[in-house]
Design a protein around this ligand. Sequence first.
Ligand code: ADP
Ligand code: MG
Length: 353
Amino acid sequence: FDMFVLAFVERIFRPTYRKDDFVLGKKLGEGAFGVVYRVSSTKKPSSKKEGDLVLKKATEYGAVEIWMNERVRRACASSCADFVYGFFESNSKKGSEYWLIWRFEGESTLADLMQSKEFPYNVETMILGEVQDLPKGLERENKIIQTIMRQLLFALDGLHSTGIVHRDIKPQNIIFSEGSRTFKIIDLGAAADLRVGINYIPKEFLLDPRYAAPEQYIMSTQTPSAPSAPVATALSPVLWQMNLPDRFDIYSTGLIFLQMAFPGLRTDSGLIQFNRQLKRCDYDLVAWRKSVEPRAAADLRRGFELLDLDGGIGWELLTSMVRFKARQRISAKAALAHPYFDREGLLALSFMQ
Ligand code: ADP
Ligand code: MG
């Protein structure tokens, strides 16, 4: 098939929207760069269920977010929330806005689900179907967390293989899609497309410090900040290899893994305290473990026990994600092939040890 024919056909049959086609529902979020609502469409053939769409009214960065979502939809649709349409809306009072529309994927983000005392059991039937026959305990919790991690890394691998670094991976930006029964990534507002050099977020832009890797900036300071498109296309695979910007997202994903294993780190204050401790250990997770384990409360000990199951294979994966040096962190693709995710692999690892 000719790519252009496909894109053209897709363009014709995809619904297009205008400002007046929406009825605003509940506000879902409000950040520095936009407001998000659940909405219904009044537009005829495509109007389905009430509140089946999500609208983000974004500031100037909305242009980048539309670009990223269009690209994701063509290259790795299953990684992110289903994007419907984006358009520019000039507004004489508020200045210009970008409107972005997605399908409403579901009620809960991973952050919502992790706040529950029941976690990870509250996610079990959502992602694994029927309740497992294992008794409640570490093994069963590990199995659920493993499934969540696999889904996250799968989505992330899709983005990274497309050349997109998300830069704001955190439980608040992971939505549970009730339709596909999987976790998907949302909020591409801070993402960078390395292949064409699209990266409008100014360097000073503060990434979420709770989940940011220590390098802070995706590219080293020697990297030209806004290369022109043809140059960037020629250079970027090399830059990608040199700087491994995708590993920024891996660090954040490692912190989510950690929060799932340790309930005490699920609160903001718990995570901030952990970050301080880790920094004091020069971002060496093994050193952190040595420093806290001897005087660890039951809750912390239980987390280590969970990660130590099956010969410590979970701990091994975690420590290969949360590392100071980006180039020493595992890639999303390699992480998916890690023995943590398959039972055959477990045997292989036990032979290796
Ligand atoms: P921001 O963080 O910039 O405010 P997000 O894109 O993260 O914007 O969206 C804010 C919130 O809206 C999310 O945390 C989530 O609760 C909800 N949300 C966003 N997109 C969807 C979607 N496709 N389906 C369901 N809920 C969504
Ligand atoms: Mg967000």
